[in-house]
Every structure is written in structure tokens, then in C-alpha cells.
Design a protein around this ligand. Structure first.
Ligand code: FNR
Length: 341
């Protein structure tokens, strides 16, 4: 199967595959504060990743590129929505354009549509330093995401079967790049053990990328005869993965995987993330309701976050990290059995 066809399949299957919602956020209850001593105009949504300013603590996460007109159109819309609202946007894996120069336009359109915005490049952990540099140059990236997707590769018949040396390659790239490097999971979650390994490198940020949203095992299994269903329920729920990651690093932690609403973003920030990435939900709004609906949604999320931060008496994202919550259910048991609660 061609790479272009696979990209289009991924979009279609991601749209058809309803997220399980098993992120763990339902097990996080925010403790209401009746005397917040705050007002709406004092709240700042500003956040940062390695000195890079984000005007909102959420961003459009990596989705697509390569694959022709359809992906070009999606990327152009995502870039315009990001420009209009001032939020950061990531492109999908740039490996296809590194291998086939004709595909570059489906990525460079993002910079063209959003010349001054914060844009993250994206490559896999199989990439070499020179490929990482090429990805950065291709879109004048402000930061580079390196994705970890062992489960998706194993679930694909044509996927990679060796994952040796990824940490060394990541470490080398992070040492050499002059922009922030973000290591992200793609829906199966960063564990405390993986985060500890990344903590010993020069990467700037770790995106927990947990379970409960877009599920690339389930997507691949829908496309194949020979199904590996055991991977469909594999993974660390996003809320648990954020806490696991925060427990072993002082680096910036980001949250993604199944973020569906402003309250999921808020809970991510309270658990210790500096910003949250949203992929499937934004793709669905864009394809079902169009670009202006996506812009409206992003504006609503900004407004919602200001309201909720005012209610909690938290004027900025870092003060949210100290907001009290009660953890129950499966998340409580996960954290307890991992010695994190
Ligand atoms: C993705 N994702 C992704 N991630 C990445 O690092 N590089 C990529 O090329 C892609 N491609 C891609 C295509 C499509 C169609 C989707 C929906 C997603 C993964 C994405 O960034 C994110 O990690 C997961 O989708 C989980 O987040 P959501 O979708 O639950 O918000």
C-alpha cells in the first residue's frame, strides 16, 4: 500500500473510530473554591515550552502531511485556524517529505498560511540528525516533536520491527538542535520509566500522549485482516501518564491523548502539564463543520479556561499545578499501585 493511501486511511479511520474516553480524567475531581480572590481580567492563559511562548495552554497536535491535495487542504485549514486564534500547531510526520521532495508542499503550506505562528515540526524516533534538521528547515519550525509509536508500527504489517537505539538518536538530536525538542507518545502513554530515560537527555519537553483518545492500534486493526486486538486495550491512560511523567522530571510536561474539552485541558494542567495537544477532536470539527467552526471552538476553549481558572483563583497556568483535586476509581488504583499517590 502506498504511503499516501495509508495517510488518507488514517484520517478516515481516525474519524470513524470513536475515542474510548478511558483517559482517566473522569476520576479527577476538581475541588471548588468559594473565595478565589480573583477576577477574569487577571487570568493569563500564557504558557511556555523551553522559552517558546504559547498564548494558550493547548495546541493543535500532529496529524497529517504528505498524501496530496486532501492533506494539503487539511493542513492549510489547521494553519489558518491556528493563526486566527494564536495557538500553536504541529504538522504530521515529515518523513514522507524527507523521502519524497514532492510532498514538501503539504507541510510548507502550514508556514505559508501562518508565517508568524508557533509551528512544531514532527519526525519519528528512527530519524537521523540530518533528517531532523531537514524537517526543521522545511517549515522553519519553532520546536520539533519526535514521536514514539512502537505500538502503531507493530500493529502495521509493513511497520518497523526494530526499535533499537531510539533514545540515543533522540539524545543526539536534542543535543544538536537549537530549538526545543518535544518527545511525544502517540496514544499509548509515557511511563515513569520512559520519562526517566528522557529526563537524562537534553530534550526540552515530554508529551505524555496517553491512552483514551485516537487509538492507532484500533485504526490499524480496522485496516487489516490479521488483527492484533491485544494492542487495542494497551496503554497508559492520559491522566495517569501525566502523573507518571511529572513524578520523575522537572522538564516541561505536555499532555495529549483523548483531550476532548476545556475541562480535560484544565485537569491536565492541574496534574502538572504546561499545555495540552488536541488532534482527533479538532480534525473531527474541521471535517464535519468546517474551518470557522474550528476557530469558534478554539475561542470557546480559551474563554472556558479563563472562567474555570477564575473560579479556582488561579491566575496563571503554573498556579494551576497547585490546585487541589480528589482522585478516585481506576486512576486512584493506578497511581496507588505505582506509588504515586
Ligand atoms: C495522528 N498523530 C500523529 N502523531 C505524530 O506524532 N505524527 C503523525 O504523523 C501523526 N499522524 C496522525 C494522523 C491522524 C489522522 C491522527 C488523528 C493523529 C497522533 C496525534 O498527534 C496524537 O498523538 C493522537 O492522535 C492522540 O491524540 P487525540 O487524537 O486523542 O487528541
Amino acid at each position: 500500500m502506498s504511503r499516501a493511501k495509508r495517510k488518507l486511511d488514517h484520517i478516515q479511520y481516525a474519524l470513524n473510530d470513536k475515542p474510548s474516553g478511558m483517559t482517566g480524567f473522569d476520576d479527577v475531581q476538581i475541588v471548588h473554591q468559594s473565595l478565589p480572590d480573583s477576577s477574569v481580567e487577571e487570568v493569563s492563559l500564557h504558557s511556555e515550552v523551553g522559552g517558546l511562548n504559547l498564548s494558550s495552554p493547548f495546541f493543535i497536535n500532529a496529524m497529517t502531511g504528505g498524501g496530496g491535495e486532501k492533506t494539503l487542504e487539511i493542513n492549510a485549514s489547521l494553519a489558518r485556524a491556528a493563526k486566527e486564534t494564536g495557538i500553536a500547531v504541529s504538522v504530521g510526520s515529515q518523513m514522507s517529505a524527507i523521502k519524497d521532495k514532492q510532498e514538501r508542499r503539504t507541510y510548507s503550506i502550514v508556514r505559508k498560511e501562518n508565517p508568524d505562528g508557533v509551528i512544531f515540526g514532527n519526525i519519528g524516533s528512527e530519524a537521523t540528525l540530518s533528517q531532523a534538521l531537514e524537517a526543521v528547515e522545511m517549515i522553519e519550525a519553532d520546536a520539533l516533536q519526535i514521536h514514539l509509536n512502537v505500538i502503531q508500527e507493530l500493529a502495521m504489517p509493513e511497520g518497523d520491527r526494530s526499535f533499537n537505539g531510539a533514545l540515543e538518536r533522540i539524545s543526539h538530536i536534542a543535543n544538536e538542535l537549537s530549538i526545543p525538542v518535544i518527545v511525544k507518545e502517540t496514544g499509548f502513554g509515557i511511563s515513569r520509566e520512559a520519562a526517566a530515560k528522557l529526563n537524562d537527555t537534553a530534550v526540552t519537553a515530554i508529551d505524555a500522549g496517553g491512552y483514551g483518545g485516537t487509538n492507532f492500534s484500533s485504526i490499524e486493526n480496522s485496516r487489516q485482516q490479521r488483527k492484533k486486538l491485544f494492542f487495542d486495550h494497551w496503554g497508559i491512560p492520559t491522566a495517569a501518564s501525566i502523573v507518571e511523567t511529572v513524578s520523575v522530571t522537572e522538564k516541561t510536561v505536555l499532555a495529549s491523548g483523548g483531550i476532548q474539552s476545556s475541562i480535560d485541558i484544565l485537569k491536565s494542567l492541574i496534574l502538572g502539564a504546561s499545555a495540552a495537544g488536541i488532534a482527533g477532536k479538532f480534525l473531527r470539527i474541521l471535517t464535519e463543520d468546517g474551518e470557522s467552526a474550528l476557530i469558534k471552538e478554539i475561542e470557546y476553549v480559551n474563554e472556558d479556561l479563563v472562567m474555570m481558572m477564575t473560579a479556582l483563583g488561579c491566575r496563571n497556568v503554573s498556579s494551576l499545578h497547585r490546585a487541589p483535586v480528589v482522585i478516585s476509581g481506576d486512576l486512584y488504583h493506578w497511581l496507588h499501585s505505582r506509588g504515586l499517590h
